[in-house]
Design a binder for this molecule. Structure first.
Ligand SMILES: Cc1cc2nc3c(=O)[nH]c(=O)nc-3n(C[C@H](O)[C@H](O)[C@H](O)COP(=O)(O)OP(=O)(O)OC[C@H]3O[C@@H](n4cnc5c(N)ncnc54)[C@H](O)[C@@H]3O)c2cc1C
Length: 510
C-alpha cells in the first residue's frame, strides 16, 4: 500500500523506530515526527532488552540494532536477601540508557529521511497526513481525547515506585529488599553504561506514608526530583550502591498505570506503544512492546491493500502477544507486591519463586540454566543436605519428600487427610477484598485441620489459587492442600518448592 504522508506524534522509542521503518520501506512517503520536548531532554535511566527482543530488533533493522548493542551494557542477574547474594547467568541480558537509545533511534530515523519537529506539542486532530501514529506515551492525549472510541482503560496500581539511578556500573543486576524503620523498600537495579545503573525502588503505600514521602511528593514542583527520598534511600541501600549516591532525573514517587484499549485505531489515527498498552516494569517490556509494535505496524502497512485493512492486521497480529505479556506483567507485579511477606525464605528458594511466578518457567527448566541454585533450593524445601537432592527426576523427587512426620510424601489423597475444609478459589485478585474476606473467615474457623483448595483447570486460575494458598499458609498458619489436574503437575512442583502449598492431590494414585 502507498501512503503519501505519515505523521508520528511522539518521539519516544515507539515513534522514532516506526518512523524509520516506514521511511525505509516507503522512501517516497513524507514521514514526520512531532515531539513536544527538546531532543536532549528525556528523563529516565536505563531500559533492559531481553534476548528475544534483541532477536526481533535485529531481524527488523540490523543497522539500528548493531548501534544499540554497541552502546549497551550486558549483565548477570542476582538477588540479595538476608546478607546473601546469589547470581544467575541468564543468557544475554542487556540494558541501554534511555537517552542513548533515543539518540540512536533519532539518528537512524534522520538518516532514513524522517523529518523532525521538536518543541512541537500537537494533537492528532491538528495533523494532516494519510496516517497519524499516536506514540504519545502512557499519558497519551490522543487516547484520552477519544477514550470512548478506543475503549481505553487505565488501572492505577496501589504500590509506589521511584525511577532513580546511580553513577556507577553495578557489578550485576540486583533485586534487593531493605527493611527500614518504616517498612520494606525493594530495589530493582541494573547497570546500563560504564558509569551508570538504573536503581528503581518500590514500596507499599503504608510504608511510603509512614516515611512521610507522601507529604514531600505533594510539595514537589513538577520538574524537580524528590531529593529527600533519594537521600534517605541512598543511605538505606548503601551496601548495594558501593559508596555511590542515588541520582534523580525528574525522579518522584509514581504509581504504575496499566493501560489497555479495546481498539487501537480510529479512522486514520492509530495508537502505538505506551499510548495503547503498558506492562508493569518488573518484566522490563515497555520499550520492547513499543518497538515491536512499530515492526508490526510497518509490516502491516507494507502488506495490506488499504489503510483500514493494514490497521486491522496490525492489531490482529499484535494484540495476542500484548495481552499475554500484560497478563504475565500483572502476575509479576503481584509477586513483587507480596515479596516482603516471603523474606523468611532463603534466597535460592526466592529465586525459584521469582522465576516460576508467572507459570512460564518450570522448576525443571530453571534447573537447566541454574542447576546449583535449584539444587540448593530443593534442599531448603526438603530440609536436607544438598548432596541428598536427587534431581535425576526432579518432579518425582519433589513429590516424594515427606512433610514432617505426619505425611510420608507431598502427594496425597485429600480424602485421606481428615478435617480439611474444601474451598473453591474463584477470586480474580488474590490480594483483593474477596480474598481478604476468605482468608479472614478461614482464620476464624477453629474446627478445621487444614484447607483443601481447588480452582478451574486453566493455568491462570491455578496460579491464582497458589497465590491464595500462600496467603492462607502465611496469614492463617494452617495446612494447605491443593487439588489439581495431573496436567498441572509442573505448576504444583513450583508451588511446593516455593512453599506456597504444603501438599498436593493430583488425582490418581498418591
Ligand atoms: C520505572 C520504569 C522502568 C521502566 N523500565 C523499562 C525497562 O527496563 N525496559 C523497557 O523496555 N521499558 C521500561 N520502561 C517503559 C518504557 O520507558 C516505556 O514503555 C517506553 O518508553 C514506551 O515508549 P513509547 O514510545 O510508547 O512512549 P514514550 O517513551 O513515553 O514516548 C512518548 C513521547 O511522546 C511525547 N509526547 C507526548 N504527548 C505529546 C504531544 N501532545 N505532542 C508531541 N509530543 C508528545 C513525549 O514527550 C514522549 O517523548 C520503564 C518505565 C518505567 C516507568
Amino acid at each position: 500500500m502507498k501512503l503519501r504522508s505519515v505523521d508520528v506524534l511522539g518521539g519516544g522509542p515507539g515513534g522514532l523506530y516506526v518512523a524509520r521503518l516506514l521511511k525505509l520501506r516507503h522512501p517516497h512517503t513524507r514521514v514526520r515526527v512531532f515531539e513536544q520536548s527538546e531532543p536532549a531532554s528525556t528523563f529516565g535511566f536505563g531500559v533492559g532488552l531481553a534476548t528475544r527482543t534483541q532477536r526481533n530488533l535485529d531481524a527488523a533493522d540490523p543497522e539500528t540494532f548493531a548501534a544499540i548493542v554497541a552502546n549497551s551494557w550486558s549483565h548477570e542477574m542476582s538477588m540479595a536477601v538476608g546478607g546473601r547474594q546469589v547470581s544467575l547467568a541468564l543468557d544475554n541480558l542487556i540494558a541501554i540508557g534511555r537517552s542513548m537509545l533515543l539518540d540512536i533511534l533519532r539518528a537512524h530515523a534522520a538518516e532514513a529521511g524522517v523529518e523532525f519537529r521538536y518543541n512541537a506539542r500537537v494533537t492528532a486532530d491538528e495533523l494532516d497526513a494519510d496516517l497519524v501514529i499516536a506514540a504519545d506515551g502512557v499519558s497519551s492525549g490522543t487516547r484520552e481525547s477519544r477514550a470512548e472510541v478506543f475503549g481505553a482503560r487505565v488501572d492505577v496500581h496501589k504500590g509506589l515506585y521511584l525511577w532513580a539511578g546511580t553513577d556507577v556500573a553495578l557489578p550485576r543486576a540486583v533485586f534487593a529488599p531493605m527493611r527500614t524503620e518504616y517498612g520494606t523498600f525493594v530495589a530493582h537495579a541494573y547497570p546500563y553504561a560504564s558509569d551508570r545503573s538504573t536503581f528503581l525502588i518500590e514500596t507499599d503505600e503504608e510504608t511510603w506514608r509512614r516515611a512521610g514521602f507522601d507529604v514531600a511528593s505533594e510539595r514537589l514542583p513538577l520538574d524537580a526530583s524528590d531529593t529527600d527520598s533519594l537521600e534517605y534511600l541512598g543511605e538505606a541501600f548503601a551496601e548495594h550502591l558501593h559508596g555511590h549516591r542515588l541520582i534523580g532525573n525528574r525522579t518522584r514517587w509514581l504509581r504504575f498505570r496499566t493501560v489497555s484499549c479495546e481498539r487501537w485505531h480510529d479512522g486514520n489515527v492509530v495508537l502505538l506503544g505506551d499510548a495503547a498498552h503498558t506492562a508493569h516494569y518488573s518484566i522490563g517490556s515497555g520499550t520492547k512492546l513499543a518497538m515491536e509494535g512499530g515492526i508490526a505496524l510497518a509490516a502491516a502497512i507494507a502488506d495490506a491493500d488499504d489503510l483500514e485493512a493494514a490497521l486491522v492486521q496490525y492489531e490482529q497480529v499484535r494484540r495476542p502477544a500484548v495481552e499475554h505479556l500484560q497478563e504475565t506483567a500483572t502476575r509479576s507485579m503481584s509477586w513483587w507486591d507480596s515479596f516482603p511477606t516471603r523474606l523468611d525464605l532463603p534466597v535460592e528458594q526466592l529465586l525459584v519463586s521469582y522465576m516460576t511466578r508467572a507459570g512460564k518457567v518450570s522448576v525443571d527448566r530453571f534447573a537447566g540454566s541454574a542447576g546449583d541454585v535449584v539444587r540448593t533450593a530443593l534442599a531448603q524445601y526438603a530440609r536436607c543436605e544438598v548432596s541428598h537432592v536427587d534431581d535425576g527426576n526432579l518432579t518425582e523427587w519433589v513429590l516424594r519428600q515427606p512433610l514432617g512426620t505426619a505425611f510420608g510424601s507431598r502427594r496425597v489423597r485429600a480424602s485421606e487427610v481428615p478435617g480439611l475444609r474444601p474451598v473453591h478459589v474463584s477470586v480474580s485478585d488474590p490480594w483483593g477484598s474477596g480474598a481478604d474476606t476468605l482468608v479472614k473467615e478461614l482464620g476464624a474457623d477453629e474446627a478445621m485441620s487444614g484447607v483443601l483448595l481447588s480452582a478451574a483447570d486453566d493455568t491462570g486460575s491455578v496460579l491464582t489459587m497458589f497465590d491464595v494458598a500462600e496467603r492462607i499458609r502465611r496469614e492463617v498458619g494452617t495446612l494447605v492442600v491443593a487439588r489439581l489436574d495431573p496436567e498441572a503437575t509442573e505448576l504444583a512442583v513450583g508451588a511446593l518448592v516455593t512453599e506456597r502449598v504444603d501438599l498436593v492431590d493430583l488425582g490418581g494414585a498418591a
